[in-house]
Structures are given as C-alpha cells and as structure tokens.
Design a protein. Structure first.
Ligand SMILES: Cc1cc2nc3c(=O)[nH]c(=O)nc-3n(C[C@H](O)[C@H](O)[C@H](O)COP(=O)(O)OP(=O)(O)OC[C@H]3O[C@@H](n4cnc5c(N)ncnc54)[C@H](O)[C@@H]3O)c2cc1C
Ligand code: FES
Length: 266
C-alpha cells in the first residue's frame, strides 16, 4: 500500500559535511516500508516548487522514518532548512526492496548519497544477527559519519586517504577479498554514484558474484506515470520483447535491479 502522508519533522541535523539526516513521524509509511524503498518528497508547499524529490528510507519503525541526504540543489537546500514541527508532504513507500540477504553472506557497499538504503540494510542485518561486511566510500573524512572498524567488518574508504583505506570501495573489496576468496553464498548489495556502481558490477562479474544495485535514476512522479526514469534491460536472447520488457522503470520495477539484468548504471 502506498500512502500520501504529512510527515512531521522531529529532528533535522547536519551529520557530516553537507549531509543531513531528517527524522519524521510518519506512521503509515513507517509501518509498511522495507529496507531499499524510498519516499517521494515535496520539499515545500510553495506553488513554485512542484517537483518531488525521491529519497531512500534510511530507517523505519516506531511510527518514524528517517532520510539521509546530501544538499546538492534547490530541493535539498529547502530540506536542510526544515524546522522542527514542520509538516512535509511524503508519498511512499515506493519501489522494491532488498531481498536474498537471509540466505547469503551479504557484502553491502554504499557511496556518496547512496548510503541511506545501505545503512537501512545494515541495521536489519545487525538486528537479525546476519554476519555481513559493510563498506562505505566518500571523498574525504568530513563526509563520513561512521567509525572505520575492520574488526567488526565495517570498512571506510576515502579518495584522499584521510580516513579508513585510501581509494574507493572497489579497492577495499579487492584488498579484503582477493579474487576467488569469497564464500560461495556471497551476495553484493550496493547503492551509490552510477560510476561507482558500474565498478561494483564489474567486480561482481569478474568474481561471479550475485549482485543487486539500487539505482538513483533521476525521477519525477515516482510511481510509473511520467516514464521519466527508464532503465535499459539487457536484450533477450531471441530478440523478441515488448518496450516495457526492454525498458524498465526505476520507480516501479526498481530502484533495485540485479546487475545481470541491466546494461549500465549510468
Ligand atoms: C530512488 C532514489 C533514491 C534516492 N535516495 C537518495 C538519498 O537517500 N539521499 C540523497 O542524498 N539523494 C538521494 N537520491 C538523489 C536525490 O533524489 C537528488 O539528489 C535530489 O532529487 C536532488 O534534488 P535537488 O533539488 O536538491 O537538486 P536539483 O537542483 O534538482 O539538482 C542539483 C544537482 O543534483 C543532480 N541530481 C538531481 N537528481 C539527481 C538524482 N536522482 N541522482 C543524482 N543526481 C541528481 C542534478 O543533475 C544536479 O546536478 C535518490 C534518488 C532516487 C531516484
Ligand atoms: S518517475 Fe515517473 S515513471 Fe518513474
């Protein structure tokens, strides 16, 4: 069930450089959402700002949901300035959700603005006591808000080496899991910038690992009306397919796709 609900802001703070976390009271969306799903948010009720912004749900439960986002443009700047008590127009939960983690050893990989659905999955795995490895990448230490704890299988990377391992998330994957050193049931779950996810996809292919990727394709409506979020699927072998089979919609069929299913994350 998808709800349109006025979420009440109960906290809104900068948790790292330019990265904000907002917690809403939103009982319907909270009780019906799953890790990996998103909400489509109207940042302001001003008639000049009619476009919603999709944001992954970073946590749910106890009538609350949270989002974690980077302030990159007009909408997210409005969001960063929401006052406590403000009511925000939310539609959700939207899209599909992470699956297949109960029967696998999950390696969960987030980067940039793609950390929210990965942290949500991390929390579920901790709660269910499922052994897993968390890898998060950023450009520098200021963008991280989590400790680097290799002893707990939590690895951070930074492009400039200011925190954790110098390099990107795939450099971490290669250093801790040399080719062929994965357990048989390893599955990768990833969300981040398109170039990062393409690299994660290549790594999974090279290592013959199952891999699900949450795409952050630019969206408008969020539920299949505008056709603005198409993702090209690999052509079927017999060449016979409908337009709909060939071009998935990130909002309805995704945002999570298997790495084998799509041509590119870009
Ligand atoms: C399913 C989904 C989940 C998402 N979850 C998160 C999240 O948890 N946290 C988060 O910070 N962001 C997330 N995003 C991206 C977020 O929606 C955009 O950053 C946001 O819409 C930008 O709005 P804006 O008005 O601030 O920027 P705009 O003024 O619209 O654009 C500013 C800049 O951001 C770029 N941009 C706009 N939309 C996107 C997008 N979808 N992806 C990448 N770049 C974009 C524009 O090209 C432009 O360069 C998600 C996107 C999708 C589709
Ligand atoms: S965002 Fe409108 S169809 Fe997907």
């Amino acid at each position: 069930m998808i709800y349109r609900e006025m979420g009440k802001v109960i906290s809104n703070e900068e948790i790292a450089e330019g990265i904000y976390k907002t917690v809403f009271i939103s009982p319907n969306i909270s009780s019906s959402s799953m890790p990996g799903q998103f909400v489509n948010i109207l940042p302001s009720l001003d008639w000049r700002n009619v476009m919603r912004r999709p944001m992954s749900i970073a946590s749910q439960g106890n009538d609350e949901i949270s989002i974690i986002y980077k302030s990159v443009g007009e909408g997210t700047r409005i969001m960063a300035n929401w006052a406590i008590g403000e009511k925000v127009d939310l539609i959700g939960p939207l899209g599909n959700y992470w699956e297949g983690y109960k029967s696998s050893f999950p390696i969960i990989v987030g980067g940039g603005v793609g950390i929210a659905p990965i942290l949500n999955l991390h929390d579920v795995l901790l709660e269910k006591k499922i052994d897993h490895c968390l890898i998060m990448g950023a450009r520098h230490s200021g963008e991280h808000f989590f400790p680097h704890e290799p002893q707990n299988k939590v690895f951070l990377s930074t492009d400039d080496g200011s925190l954790g391992i110098k390099g990107n998330v795939v450099d971490i994957l290669k250093s801790i899991y040399p080719i062929g050193k994965h357990s048989q049931n390893t599955k990768i779950f990833s969300c981040g910038p398109p170039m990062m996810m393409d690299e994660v996809r290549n790594y999974s292919n090279e290592n013959k690992l199952d891999c699900d990727l949450a795409l952050e394709t630019i969206m408008a409506c969020g539920f299949g009306i505008c056709q603005g979020c198409t993702v090209e699927r690999k052509a079927e072998t017999n060449g016979v397919h409908s337009y709909r089979n060939r071009f998935a919609l990130a909002c309805l069929d995704g945002p999570i796709f298997n790495a084998e299913e799509i041509i590119s994350c870009v």
